[in-house]
Design a binder for this molecule. Structure first.
Ligand SMILES: [Fe+2]
Ligand SMILES: [Fe+2]
Length: 297
């Protein structure tokens, strides 16, 4: 008989692909658009699928918590934090972002960072992973205010392959372009951080838990409308709601599915174009959630 783990792996492999696209980020209470999924077990978190980029335990014994926002703080050896320059702090990153976007959007970014921290804690990410979430949250919308044509041009310059819908809706590229830009300018090469940034708009079918948390934090930021955020919180917390969320038992995959469904609904109602990846990502997470429900009986 196949073990649960084997079955889960198999289902994940077979499950469709999915993704959606989020709408405008800051300011108005607009419903974002997208979804990602991939955990299992009865409403609990599948920590094993988190990309392990952890610091050695010994390096976190002394006063690292106080300096949790710095690369060096996570481990004495900078090499522990792969792909992030030594000494790069979240405060420095925030200062890099601030002049690139409006005050309104910067407030949105700060809100995403706050929710990202909350989800990281609830999920049970380790210190290094929380740092990655922090970096991606601070940086995710750093190119959001570039014009559509500028994003298309920049993407071409950077060698990003463009689909037709991306050529006509350049704003969809603000995540991938930002990821390339921070790699070049801030020398961040950590794959988890860059992928989370690039995937925060459309999602992907190969998202790490870090990327899902960044995606969901963007959906749950305070300016989003309640009729969008509440169903996602309900999915995350198995109906308990945000205030009663239990550490270690949030279901990011189910939340991704709900976020995808709501985003698709919003896109259809507003007669906006839907990126094919949006549908793939939604189907991907639907497959994962269904498989988890089947396993749970
Ligand atoms: Fe955003
Ligand atoms: Fe964005």
């Amino acid at each position: 008989m196949k073990s649960k783990k084997t079955l889960v792996k198999k289902v994940k492999k077979v499950a469709g692909k999915s993704a959606i696209y989020k709408s405008k980020a800051s300011g108005k209470k607009t419903a974002p658009t997208s979804a990602k999924k991939s955990s299992m077990k009865k409403g609990s978190v599948k920590k094993s699928s988190v990309k392990k980029v952890t610091a050695k335990k010994s390096t976190t014994k002394k006063n690292t918590a106080k300096k949790g926002s710095t690369n060096q703080a996570i481990g004495k050896k900078a090499s522990v934090i792969k792909g992030v320059p030594e000494g790069l702090t979240l405060a420095k990153v925030a200062k890099w972002v601030e002049p690139r976007i409006s005050k309104k959007r910067f407030a949105h970014v700060q809100g995403v960072v706050a929710v990202g921290q909350e989800l990281s804690r609830l999920y049970g990410l380790n210190q290094a992973e929380r740092f990655y979430v922090g970096l991606a949250c601070w940086l995710h919308d750093s190119c959001k205010e570039m014009k559509d044509y500028e994003l298309v041009e920049k993407a071409r310059d950077l060698g990003i392959e463009l689909t037709e819908i991306e050529k006509s809706s350049g704003h969809l590229l603000h995540g991938p372009v930002a990821a390339r830009l921070v790699k070049k300018e801030l020398k961040i090469s950590n794959k988890a951080v860059l992928a989370a940034m690039a995937q925060h708009t459309l999602g992907a079918t190969n998202m790490t838990e870090i990327a899902k948390i960044v995606y969901l934090a963007d959906c749950l930021e305070a300016s989003r409308p309640d009729d969008f955020t509440q169903p996602i919180w309900a999915a995350l917390t198995s109906g308990r709601g945000r205030a009663q969320a239990v550490k270690g038992s949030i279901d990011v995959d189910k939340a991704m599915l709900v976020a995808c469904d709501l985003s698709l609904e919003h896109l259809l109602k507003s007669r906006r174009p839907i990126h094919p990846l949006t549908v793939d990502v939604r189907n991907h997470f639907l497959g994962i959630v269904r498989a988890a429900e089947k396993l749970a009986g």
